[in-house]
Design a protein around this ligand. Structure first.
Ligand code: ATP
Ligand code: MG
Length: 439
């Protein structure tokens, strides 16, 4: 039997093609297949239309020996996957007696009446088999389109994500034939303080698309994530050794720009780093209104390193809670490097934490000016040098983006402080160099 070296994914539903619903099933299936060493070669999304569904199903069965279909197995007129599979298999739909009995029993046990439409869920192409649904009423289907080495295993799974994943584990995984001679191992590394293009030129041939392990990069909110993927011959130990060697080479090249294990969040990494250094952190937040504190307290056990913080949205509270002189605010404005520095120093003094991070800025969409446009944020860090370090940022994006990027950048500043990196690398969106600002 042909091994499942490659696969296609087909998502069905008007709600997906109209943008009403995000296709999380495709992402989940693609990652499951990839982890197993099965390369996903095409993904398609089609509306609830029999002709399009059948044509796309047939086309995808010629692209790979495995096709996973999501959705369209329910009882309504718009649920057409079983009809499309029958057409693709040049087969007829028949009633599956076991499914009929199961559905009767299922409805009776819940005191629900038989609905004529539900009969659709007991239909299957005569040469296909049904896959039990432990979580809902729509059974899945497995059929083969084409013959011999050209045959493609088609697995049709229900759309609701919890039903899809349960059926995947119970019925699809045991039937898969992943490539036997392939070991697949993946490791992620977060990197900051370097742009994507600079990273690519620094790493040069390490990023060649033909290389094993293959190194890919994705960027999100100012953090680059390197994905080292070994998919090739050899044992798991060989694969891990090849990845270890690459991680060592990357560490030598990128030094402190490496934030840490990419399977962890920036807050998890920073809480761990503070713990290792035996230091504590407090925050004073204006435009992020507690977001940074929330990110840090999401980490279980963060109380050993995170002391707490002040939400100082108004000028009055900046003075009352963090001790920022009102004259300083009047002279420079609440969004200024001077106030960021004073907020950081004040928060550190009043909380007795080893470090304090302070954020003050204009998240928008209103409130910007020519001198200080929306996205202008000053972040202060007290506790390192004698004077607090302040960085000026100009974040792009929505209010939500500006706030998230400000909180993430504050953690980036802490990372380079804990590593004592000198000179401090510039972070994404940073304007000018880091300053040590006298308040
Ligand atoms: P049902 O019996 O629930 O109708 P079904 O197999 O017919 O199952 P669909 O009608 O296609 O599935 O989808 C049912 C629901 O499942 C959708 O309304 C949506 O909430 C969710 N869903 C479907 N497809 C996806 C997808 N690709 N990603 C995320 N959620 C999905
Ligand atoms: Mg449905």
């Amino acid at each position: 039997m042909t091994p499942h070296t490659r696969a296609c994914i087909l998502s069905t539903g008007d709600e997906l093609i109209t943008g009403q619903l995000q296709d999380t099933n495709m992402r989940w299936l693609a990652s499951e297949l990839t982890i197993m060493g099965i390369s996903v070669v095409q993904c398609a999304t089609v509306p609830d239309d029999l002709e399009t569904l059948t044509a796309t199903m047939l086309r995808l069965t010629t692209c790979a020996p495995l096709l996973i279909v999501s959705g369209g197995l329910g009882p309504t007129e718009g649920d057409l996957t079983r009809h499309a599979l029958a057409e693709a298999m040049s087969d007829q739909l028949v009633t599956d007696d076991a499914a009929q009995r199961w559905l009767d029993e299922f409805l009776r046990s819940r005191g629900r009446n038989w609905n004529a439409l539900q009969a659709r869920q007991t239909l299957r192409p005569s040469r296909a088999r049904m896959l039990p649904n432990a979580v809902g009423t729509a059974p899945g289907l497995h059929g083969v389109v084409g013959e011999g080495v050209l045959g493609c295993d088609v697995f049709c799974l229900p759309g609701p994500p919890n039903e899809l994943s349960a059926m995947w584990r119970a019925s699809v995984l045991p039937a898969l034939r992943p490539p036997a001679d392939q070991t697949v191992r993946t490791r992620l590394l977060h990197v900051i303080g370097i742009g994507e293009a600079d990273l690519a030129s620094k790493l040069g041939p390490m990023m060649a698309r033909t290389r094993l392990p293959l190194i890919g990069v994705t960027a999100s909110q100012g953090v680059l994530t390197l994905r080292l993927r070994y998919a090739g011959p050899g044992s798991r130990l060989d694969a891990d050794a090849a990845i270890d060697a690459d991680v060592a080479a990357l560490s030598a090249q990128l030094g402190d720009n490496i934030l840490g294990d990419g399977s962890l969040s920036t807050s998890e990494l920073m809480i761990a780093a503070l713990g290792r250094a035996g230091k504590t952190l407090a925050v004073a937040e204006s435009c992020t209104g507690g977001l940074l504190g929330a990110m840090l307290t999401q980490v279980p056990g963060s109380s050993t390193s995170f002391s707490g913080g002040l939400i100082v949205y108004s000028n009055g509270l900046k003075t009352a809670l963090a001790g920022v002189p009102s004259e300083l605010i009047a002279e420079h404005g609440a969004v200024s490097s001077q106030v960021a520095a004073a907020l950081a120093s004040g928060a550190r003094e009043r909380t007795a934490a080893s470090y304090a991070l302070a954020i003050t800025g204009i998240a928008g969409p209103d409130g910007g000016s020519v001198a200080k446009p929306v996205g202008t944020v000053y972040i202060g860090l007290a506790g390192g040098a004698t004077e607090p370090e302040v960085r000026h940022f100009r974040f792009s994006g929505t209010r939500e983006d500006v706030r998230a990027r400000a909180a993430g950048s504050a953690l980036g500043m802490l990372h380079f402080e804990l590593r004592q990196t000198n000179p401090r690398p510039k972070l994404l969106w940073q304007q000018g160099d880091a300053q040590t600002a006298a308040c």
